[in-house]
Each structure stands twice: as structure tokens, then as C-alpha cells.
Design a protein. Structure first.
Length: 174
């Protein structure tokens, strides 16, 4: 059975056409908005992937031991093993006992001088000044730095002298 649509004097064909066009336009706007939202989500994901792939990762260098020169400062070799430069690097250290626990003799964190930047793949020496540093000391090292997008990152690890290694090294957002 075929349905026939008859227009009478009370139904204007131009009005029906206008309503149909408006409905099609609304559906088109909804679909366009969904598509734009999906595209923006994909752009955000791509941006995050690029930033993560090109961010710095500053870690203590396990091949070189920390040293306490005669000046009483602690020198800690670090490397940027990430793909991007590390900027505005600042390091702090806390004394630990021989087991790697916070030391009762600790008088709080001591801050090293800021380092402007460290290129991907480069190493440097962080010098943390403190009058009580002695040879064979254990400590917790915290290094805070920025990537080129201005995001702050933090690396924390404990150097336990009796075991001659870093333990519990973590890297994350600051």
C-alpha cells in the first residue's frame, strides 16, 4: 500500500520543507559537535603523548658514587635519561642512617644551587652544601625540574652507603 501525502490549505508545503531543513541542520550540528569533540580529544591525547615522549627524566647516576669532598658538600652525579631538556633543576638531600631510614642527626633538607638546564643524555654534578656531610653518608635525594612546557617533575631516591646503591627511586609529577 502506498501512502500518499496530500497537502491541504491548512498545511503549507514550504512550512513542512522549512521544518525538515531545520531538523536536518540540527542533526548536522549535533554530528559536527561530536566530531569536533572527538577531534579535540585526539589532539589532546597526541599532545600528551608528545610531551611524555619528549620530557626530561633526571636520575642519580649509579655508575658514579656520591662524594663528600673536603669542603663538606655532597656531590651527586645525575643524568637526564629522558628525551627532553630538564630546566630549573633544584636538588635537596636529607641525611639517612646506615639502614636508609631518616637520621636523628638530620637538621632538615639542604638545597643545592639551581642549575639552569641539562640536555637530554647529559650528566652533571649536583653540589649540596651542608657542614655535616661526611664520607660514607647515606641520604635521600630529591631533584625537582621542569620540562619545556613548564610542567614540574620530581625524582626521589635513597642512597644507602652500606649497600653502595640507590634504592626506591621514583619519578613523577611534582
Amino acid at each position: 500500500m502506498l501512502l500518499a501525502l496530500e497537502f491541504t490549505d491548512t498545511i503549507d508545503p514550504a512550512t513542512v520543507a522549512t521544518f525538515v531543513l531545520a531538523a536536518v541542520a540540527i542533526v548536522g550540528l549535533v554530528l559536527t559537535r561530536r566530531s569536533l569533540k572527538q577531534t579535540q580529544d585526539e589532539i589532546d591525547l597526541s599532545r600528551r603523548e608528545v610531551e611524555e615522549a619528549h620530557r626530561p627524566v633526571v636520575v642519580p647516576t649509579p655508575a658514579a658514587r656520591p662524594v663528600v669532598p673536603t669542603t663538606g658538600s655532597l656531590t651527586v652525579p645525575v643524568a637526564n635519561v629522558g628525551m627532553g631538556p630538564a630546566l630549573a633543576i633544584e636538588a635537596t638531600a636529607k641525611l639517612l642512617d646506615s639502614e636508609g631510614n631518616p637520621s636523628a642527626a638530620s637538621s632538615g633538607e639542604q638545597t643545592s644551587a639551581l642549575i639552569a638546564g641539562l640536555a637530554a643524555g647529559d650528566t652533571t654534578i649536583l653540589e649540596i652544601r651542608r657542614s655535616r656531610w661526611t664520607t660514607g653518608v647515606s641520604f635521600e635525594l630529591t631533584v625537582v625540574y621542569e620540562d619545556v612546557a613548564g610542567k614540574r617533575w620530581r625524582t626521589v631516591g635513597r642512597y644507602v652507603n652500606d649497600r653502595e646503591r640507590y634504592e626506591g627511586v621514583t619519578v613523577g609529577r611534582a
